[in-house]
Design a protein. Structure first.
Length: 419
């Protein structure tokens, strides 16, 4: 079990390092490197657009990899998704800038970002299920959370590495310094593959393997037999992923563009991943004891109350206020993230669990994390303040809270007998 949890965590951390490294670079690097001949506002929108492309591709990755994960097995999907992610990220590190290649450079960047999105769309479901389906019933929440723990670990490492590179003079940083974190992915992926190849297939999948081979289209079954759980799962997951988009992407760009020191902001973001990591572990354990729904309600309610104060702190334009905002925001996000993986997995039977849970999480990623930075920038630009953004964000979180209330608690559900 230790090997399984290590594989789930380290593999997920490496993939999310790659995926979220792009998010950090989209906030502080890509507007200058790939959109140099536009105004700062337009460059920011364009850069966040490339970021969104990866998030929009995540549901498609969830469908594609979920299909094979439900029919062929979880393990093979994990190896394939990691290889795709490593290749795409490494190629980004050698991609010519717009000054060298012209308009074709951002086009290639978008293509590679879409490949990243497809890869991480399969990664999360596989890493989560390989841990959850090996775990004893009373520890499913904690086991499934190891895939989620990879996100803050990968995000923190990405922010730390690019923050160190950001200490270079601007000319060197924007020329070659930002590329080093992307090229480092090649080494991380090689380590991850060694760990992944030693993990056994999920016992629950083996139990249903013969039946799985007869199921041709898991995606059709999810939409026809479980549409309510799919919709509610997407809404619940959006609560966590809007916080991710706001605190780790939009807020970074907004704070730096309003005078906060770039290195200080990136270092604070890296530090905040520790708060997310710790809160995720604690809330996952609590969900195994008290249930998924009470913990999710607590986290989403706290996020709703903190939405506007967080935006005011970010708006102040100082590293100190940004640190307070992002640390508190990440801790609240962790309360939601802890039980979220098990909550989504327990909505679907084994035969379609990979596809169903992946669609929920990756669909919410596209809507929540992917579109949030673009929407937030548009609302602030249109209104001239963060007040409207705060109101819209709180309204979305209240809708997510209602979705939790409408679901059935799954902590004691027997996954082997679900149909």
């Amino acid at each position: 079990m230790r090997r399984i949890l290590a594989s789930s965590f380290f593999g997920s951390a490496i993939e999310f390092y790659d995926f979220l490294l792009f998010a950090t670079a989209a906030a502080v690097v890509f507007p200058t490197v790939f959109f140099p001949n536009t105004s700062p506002t337009v460059a920011t929108f364009a850069s966040f657009g490339t970021l969104a492309a990866g998030y929009i591709a995540r549901p498609l990755g969830g469908v594609i990899f979920g299909h094979f994960g439900d029919r062929v097995g979880r393990k093979g999907v994990l190896v394939t998704s990691m290889l795709l992610m490593g290749i795409a990220t490494t190629l980004m590190g050698v991609l010519p800038s717009s000054a060298q290649m012209g308009a074709f450079a951002p086009v290639l960047l978008i293509i590679l970002r879409v490949v990243q999105g497809l890869a991480v769309g399969g990664e999360w479901g596989g890493a989560m299920l390989i841990a959850l389906e090996h775990a004893p019933g009373g520890k499913r929440g904690l086991a499934a959370s190891f895939a989620n723990l990879g996100a803050p670990a990968g995000a923190g490492l990405a922010a730390l590495v690019i923050g160190v590179a950001g200490r270079l003079p601007d000319e060197q940083f924007f020329s070659w310094g930002w590329r080093i974190p992307f090229l480092a992915s090649l080494v991380l992926v090689a380590i991850g593959l060694i760990i992944r190849l030693k993990v056994a297939e999920s016992p629950l999948f083996k139990q249903f393997e013969a039946e799985a081979e007869r199921r041709r289209m898991p995606i059709v079954e999810v939409f026809t037999r479980h549409p309510k759980n799919l919709l509610l799962g997407v809404l619940v997951a959006m609560s966590q992923l809007t916080i991710s988009g706001m605190s780790t992407v939009w807020a970074v760009n907004f704070a730096v563009s309003h005078g906060a020191d770039r290195s200080g902001v990136l270092n604070s973001k890296a530090l905040s991943s520790l708060a997310l990591f710790v809160a995720t572990i604690i809330s996952a354990r609590l969900s195994d004891r008290f249930g998924r729904k009470p913990i999710l309600v607590t986290g989403i309610a706290a996020a709703t109350l903190f939405a506007y104060p967080m935006l005011l702190l970010v708006q102040s334009g100082t590293v100190a206020s940004f640190t307070i905002a992002v640390m508190a925001g990440q801790a609240i996000q962790g309360i939601i993230l802890g039980p979220l993986a098990a909550f989504l997995a327990e909505l679907f039977p084994t035969a379609v669990r990979f596809t169903g849970s992946s669609l929920c999480f990756q669909g919410a990623s596209a809507l929540g994390a992917g579109l949030t930075p673009v929407a937030a920038s548009a609302l602030v630009t249109a209104s001239g303040s963060v007040a409207l953004l705060g109101g819209v964000w709180a309204a979305v979180l209240l809708l997510c809270l209602l979705a939790v209330v409408l679901t059935t608690e799954g902590r004691r559900r027997d996954l082997a007998t679900m149909v």
